[in-house]
Structure formats: structure tokens, C-alpha cells
Design a protein around this ligand. Sequence first.
Ligand code: AHG
Ligand code: MN
Ligand code: MN
Length: 327
Amino acid sequence: MTSLQDYLNQKSTNTAVNEVILTIAEVGKTINHLLQRGAFADILGEAGNQNVQGEEQKKLDVIANDLLLEALTDCNHCAGVASEELDDATPANSEGDLLVLFDPLDGSSNIDINMAVGTIFSILPYQRQGQTATNADFLQKGDAQLAAGYLLYGPATMLAVSTGDGVAMFGYDPQQQEYLLIKDGVRIDEDTKEYAINGSNYRHWQQPMQQYVDEVIAGKSGVRGKDFNTRWVAAMVGDVHRILCRGGVFMYPFDSKDPNKAGKLRLMYEANPMSLLIEQAGGSSTTATQRIMDIEPNDIHQRVPVILGSKNEVEYIEQLHKNALKA
Ligand code: AHG
Ligand code: MN
Ligand code: MN
């Protein structure tokens, strides 16, 4: 069995990146342990305050954030960290050559119902050694990521990671307290019959997205000529994990519910890291009109529409959007 450490040593020559990934994986063990204890670890329920995005924080959002913040600011290679739960970036070791962004706890609405949640991370280069990292240093395109990944706390805890050369999946064995390689070179089928979207937003979507969902619901009797199946974990980590395992398409598209939000998901610590994994596994990731990892960010918390997964299905959805522009 190959451990995460052995895998990284063989795969990536960037020892700083490897160390940051191992640091996050260590924190993942603690979060896993807290989730296993659940109510008995006093991690359920509300924290009683709001984050910068105006979302109610859960206790575990705050706990996971603090654990990651502490571990990463302690890590010599890390020049700064940015989190969904913190208004601004936190500078760390100014001699470090890496920046780390994270969603400490993805799928917060699942915590109190004992369903899958996750942690998402993105690692970027830092070029201003010796100077204090600021928000502006983080505003790099997804293509600049040196590595990205997630921890999925489901029935078993798993870690998926890419250092820009394919995707590997590890399982956490609580007996050995180790992450062990389960699959390297993960590939996503180009075609699928499975889609994930929160259909309750239908009336807020643009016409091409409504058309797409109408078509897949029509199934065999419609233009697609085949039946589709819906899945929605309500934690992006869970949906992306399913797609890496058996294909599919995940969408949190543009909607007009809140004019200040171009979709729900955040570019820098949700969409970009997941896009790296999806593309490295042969899938596609887009806003519907632009490749996600091409976006020039202007805010560490900016939101972006996301459509990702099986290549041909994502391209089909992009085509519907192109057709609508021509019409
Ligand atoms: P977070 O818990 O970090 O705020 O992210 C939740 C996101 C994403 O993980 C998930 O796909 C989506 O919100 C769920 O949205 P709905 O509440 O609309 O189902
Ligand atoms: Mn999230
Ligand atoms: Mn979160």
C-alpha cells in the first residue's frame, strides 16, 4: 500500500507543496475524528455569527477554519492563507513560497444531519518573498494552481489530490491512521446520464439552463433520447467525488435570485480547485461561457457560475448557451 507521503515524494518534486498537502491531510484526521464523535464532541449546531458572505456559521465551520489556519500559518512554506470564513487573507511566513486557500467545511447544511461534508484546498505560488502577503497576492487564475484537492468526510474519509499531473484518491484508514492510495490516474467518462443541480432555483435560471434541465427530464421521450438520473449531495465535495468515481455533471449555474451573486459557489476555494481536479481527470469545467481556470479573479470571495464534469455533457450545455446568444 502506498501512503500519501510516499506518493507525493514519488509524484511531485516540489517538497513545499508536498508538505502543505500533508499538513492539510493531518488536519483532516482531526476533523474526521470530530465528525465521528459528532454531538459528543460539541461540534453540531450554530456558531452564532455570520461570515463575510453573510452566511450563518456553524460551529464546525469555525472549528475547521481555526484548525487549518493554525496548522498552515505554522508551516514554513506558507506565506499566507485565505479562507471562506475569514474576511481577509492572513499573512503567515513571509519567506514562504506558497499561498493556500481553503473552504474549511464544505456542505455546512449537512453537518447536523450526519451527511457527507468536506474540506477543499487550493495551493498557489507566492512571488513576493520577504514581504507580507495581502489579498491581492491571491488573485491568480486557476491555471496558476500548483496543487488542489479535497477531503471528503463520508462513511469513510477520503482525499483526492492533483499536483497538476493527474488525480489520485486516497482512503483514510482509521486503524493505521494513514491515508493510503486507492486509485491513481482517475479518469471521468466523457458521457453520462447523471446530473446534479438544485432544481428549486429553476425559475431563477437563464433560458439555456432551463432548456437543458427540461431536456434531461424529458429523457427518452425528448431530444436527448435517453433517460437521466438526478443526484444532489448538497456538498460540492460529495458531488465532485461522485463525478470522479462514475462520471456525471454538476451545476450551480448563474441565477438571478440575488443580483450581487453570479451563482453561489466561490471561485478561489471551491470552483478553481475542483476545476483542476476535474480537468486533470479528463473532464471540463466552465461558467457556461468561459473556462473556469481562465478567469482573472478580482476578489478572494468572488462567486462564479459552475458547470463541471463529463466532457461531452459540459460541452453540450455550453453549446445551448452559445445557441441562445445567436438566436
Ligand atoms: P458551504 O457549505 O461551504 O457554504 O458550501 C455549500 C455549497 C456547495 O457545497 C453545495 O454544492 C451547495 O452550496 C449546496 O447548495 P444548496 O443549499 O442550494 O443545496
Ligand atoms: Mn463550500
Ligand atoms: Mn464552507
